[in-house]
Design a protein around this ligand. Structure first.
Ligand code: IPE
Ligand code: IPE
Ligand code: MG
Length: 260
C-alpha cells in the first residue's frame, strides 16, 4: 500500500525512549498483520471497572491500530473480535458485544472513507443478530471499491468451523461433478476459506500474555511469526505495534529451508 511519509513521521512524533520509527525497516514490513485482541476484561477488572468498560476501551485500541497500520502502509490487517466459543459467555456480555459491533462499525465508516479502507469479515456473519448483520453488510457495500488497506474483522469466527465449511463446499463440488477428488489440493481448500483473497498473515500478535491460538486461523498461520505481549488490548497502541514489528523483523523466516 502507498505510504505518506510525512503523515507517518507526524503520527509517530513524541515516541517513547525505547522505540521509534527508526527501529523498523519500512521496506520490510509485514504485508499482513493479524491480532488476537485479548485482555479487555482483565484490563477493566484491574481498574475496578466493568468488563463492558473494557470492551469499550478495546474499540479505541482497534481504531488506534487501524490508523497506525494505514500510516505504515500495511496491506492487510485482520483482528479477532468474537469467536464461535464466545457465545458461551454470559448473555449480557454477548449482547453488549453485539451492540458494540453494530454501533462501532457504523461510527467508523467515515474513517474507512477517509483512509480508503476496505472492509472484510471472517466468520459466519449471517448468523449474527439482524442489526449487526445489516450493519456489516452496509459496511461491506460501502467500502467494497476502496483500494487502501484491507481490514478483516473475525466475528463469529472459528477456525475448525471454517475448515469444516471448506470441506463441505468441496464435497458439494465433487458431488455435483465440478471437482475431481484428485484435484482436492491445498489451493482447493485455501480458496474456500474466508481468507481466500488474502495472503497468509506474516505476523500474529496476541495481547494479554496468553500463548494459545483459541481456534484462530489454524490453516493460515502455518508459517506466521508469533508475537505475544503482556499488554492488555486496551493498552495496545501505535508503539506496541512498532515493538511487534521490530521483533518480527529480527526473526529469520526459514519456511522449512536452510537459513539464507
Ligand atoms: C477480548 O477480551 C475480547 C473478546 C474476546 C470479545 P476478553 O473479553 O477475552 O478479556 P479477558 O481475556 O477476559 O481479559
Ligand atoms: C480469543 O480470546 C477470542 C478473541 C479475542 C475474540 P478469548 O478470550 O475468547 O480466548 P480464551 O478463552 O482465553 O482462549
Ligand atoms: Mg480473553
Amino acid at each position: 500500500m502507498e505510504r505518506d511519509d510525512k503523515k507517518l513521521q507526524a503520527h509517530y512524533e513524541g515516541h517513547p525512549a525505547d522505540i521509534s520509527l527508526d527501529d523498523v525497516d519500512l521496506d520490510r514490513l509485514p504485508r499482513h498483520i493479524t491480532i488476537i485482541m485479548d485482555g479487555n476484561g482483565r484490563w477493566a477488572t484491574s481498574r475496578g471497572l466493568s468488563r463492558a468498560e473494557g470492551h469499550r476501551a478495546g474499540v479505541d485500541s482497534l481504531r488506534e491500530t487501524i490508523t497506525a497500520c494505514v500510516r505504515l502502509g500495511i496491506d492487510y490487517l485482520s483482528c479477532y473480535a468474537f469467536s464461535t466459543e464466545n457465545w458461551g459467555r454470559p448473555q449480557q456480555e454477548v449482547e453488549l458485544l453485539m451492540q458494540l459491533f453494530a454501533v462501532t462499525l457504523e461510527n467508523e465508516l467515515p474513517l474507512f472513507d477517509q483512509e480508503n479502507v476496505r472492509l472484510e469479515f471472517l466468520g459466519d456473519i449471517d448468523a449474527l443478530p439482524e442489526e449487526v448483520r445489516d450493519t456489516f453488510h452496509r459496511g461491506l457495500e460501502r467500502t467494497k471499491g476502496y483500494t487502501g488497506m484491507t481490514l478483516a474483522l473475525a466475528v463469529n469466527y472459528g477456525a475448525r468451523a471454517e475448515i469444516a465449511r471448506a470441506a463441505r463446499l468441496i464435497a458439494q463440488d465433487v458431488a455435483d461433478g465440478r471437482l475431481a477428488p484428485a484435484d482436492v489440493d491445498e489451493q482447493a481448500i485455501a480458496s474456500r476459506l474466508y481468507t481466500a483473497d488474502m495472503p497468509d498473515p506474516d505476523l500474529l500478535i496476541r495481547t494479554s500474555g496468553e500463548l494459545r491460538l483459541s481456534n484462530y486461523l489454524l490453516w493460515q498461520l502455518a508459517y506466521s511469526e508469533f508475537y505475544a505481549t503482556d499488554v492488555y488490548w486496551p493498552d495496545f497502541d501505535r508503539y506496541e505495534l512498532l515493538r511487534a514489528i521490530r521483533a518480527y523483523q529480527n526473526r529469520n523466516r526459514r519456511f522449512g529451508k536452510v537459513a539464507s
